[in-house]
Design a protein around this ligand. Structure first.
Ligand code: GDP
Ligand code: MN
Length: 366
């Protein structure tokens, strides 16, 4: 096994199995899932997984959010799956709708055209409301005011490794503000004007960073060969309209809501909202969060949870394939025994991947 470099900027919080410390103090945190009533089965799958791999020990509340009234069957079944820790809330209408300055007929027309042009989900009005909601309004919800930290999950997610420590506590201890598992590319045609708007906001507000591009490039999780390759790609054309499209995939996030509630972030969100791009284009919350983190947080405040086994859709992060490790050919896979640190490539705990992940898939697709 190749030893991890001692100078690593963003080392995993834990590199071995341990008995979860159930007596330790918790953070002020909540697990959150936005869902639709018709996603009951997929929602259950996610909650079963996070309960089995983490929350049966740590017992954080799980808040379910919906723009529609909850179906009693969803509430009953998911609360049971969540071990009685479910909280079911309906999003106030004003957080899930067009802002006043949007011409709704024009927006609906544009959404129809975007759907025909084929960007994923771009033809669904609800999806645009969802992206706007998660980009900014989410952090203003009254029902979340009393919490500082959130862990976002979605229907149809698998956690494939036991998480035997408290990620909220570790994030707080190390002054992290944003944690992710997978980074991949945004679909360019969903957001042709987003980077221009972002660059304009940054300039108009005098936000100083080592520019966005270098912030993304210097992120410690970026595999070096990609960094070298990307450094040859122009990152802002003469019109200011392009970025690498690399973003943190926001269906998994563990983050500090105070960052997103800050004046600077909310000002950025309001600026984007005024531009109308949540409707005239399909600006996604993942891209918006990522660009904001690149501008407003230090790279040391971002954490890649490379030890969390994760699947959503067809994308995986499989810690047994982590840097320095190799896919073990071990009988413990069949027996479902904990990996030894050597087997797990130095990180992860009781991990069982499906074998579909391919070698060297450790979350950072871009
Ligand atoms: P994708 O991950 O970008 O492909 O989009 P998803 O379909 O997974 O949607 C992202 C999240 O938003 C999931 O948690 C969905 O349940 C939720 N979502 C999307 N549209 C709606 C909607 O119209 N109403 C509600 N309540 N949730 C939605
Ligand atoms: Mn999804």
């Amino acid at each position: 096994q190749v030893p991890r470099p001692a100078t690593e900027l963003d080392a995993p919080f834990s590199t071995s199995c341990q008995e979860p410390d159930v007596a330790a103090e918790r953070e002020n945190a909540v697990i959150v899932m936005l869902a639709r009533n018709n996603e009951r089965q997929q929602a259950k799958k996610t909650i079963q997984s996070i309960e089995a791999q983490f929350n049966k020990w740590f017992n954080y509340p799980i808040m379910f959010l919906n723009d529609d009234a909850w179906n009693p069957r969803f509430v009953a079944e998911l609360n049971e799956t969540a071990g009685g820790k479910g909280i079911f809330e309906v999003i106030p209408k004003e957080h899930w709708t067009y802002p006043d300055w949007i011409d709704q007929d024009a927006a609906k027309n544009s959404i129809k055209q975007q759907g025909e042009a084929g960007a994923p989900h771009a033809g669904q009005e609800g999806y645009h409301h969802m992206c706007r909601f998660y980009s900014g309004k989410f952090y203003q919800l009254d029902v979340l005011k009393k919490y500082k930290w959130y862990w976002r999950v979605e229907p149809d997610v698998d956690f494939t490794c036991a998480i035997t420590y408290d990620p909220f506590v570790q994030m707080a201890k190390r002054k992290k503000v944003y944690g992710f598992t997978i980074a991949l590319w945004e679909v360019g045609k969903s957001c042709p004007g987003l980077f221009r708007a972002t660059a304009d906001w940054k300039e108009s507000r005098g936000v100083v960073t080592s520019n966005l591009w270098s912030a993304m490039m210097e992120a410690s999780w970026m595999p070096f060969p990609f960094r070298r390759f990307l450094s040859w790609v122009p990152h802002r054309d003469s019109y200011g309209d392009a970025w690498s499209l690399c973003h943190y995939w926001s269906n998994f996030e563990i983050a500090d809501m105070d960052f997103f509630r800050s004046k600077a972030y909310q000002d950025y969100f309001d600026y984007l909202d005024k531009k109308g791009g949540f409707y005239n284009e399909r600006w996604g919350d993942a891209a918006v969060h990522s660009l904001a983190i690149a501008m407003l947080a230090d790279s040391q405040q971002v954490h890649h949870f490379e030890d969390i086994g994760y699947r959503h859709d067809t994308f995986y992060q499989c810690p047994v394939n982590a840097p320095g490790g190799q896919l073990p050919n071990s009988p413990s896979l069949a027996e479902n025994k904990p990996w030894t640190p050597e087997e797990a490539g130095g990180i992860g705990c009781r991990c069982k991947c499906t074998g579909k992940e391919k070698l060297r898939n450790y979350g950072t697709y871009c």
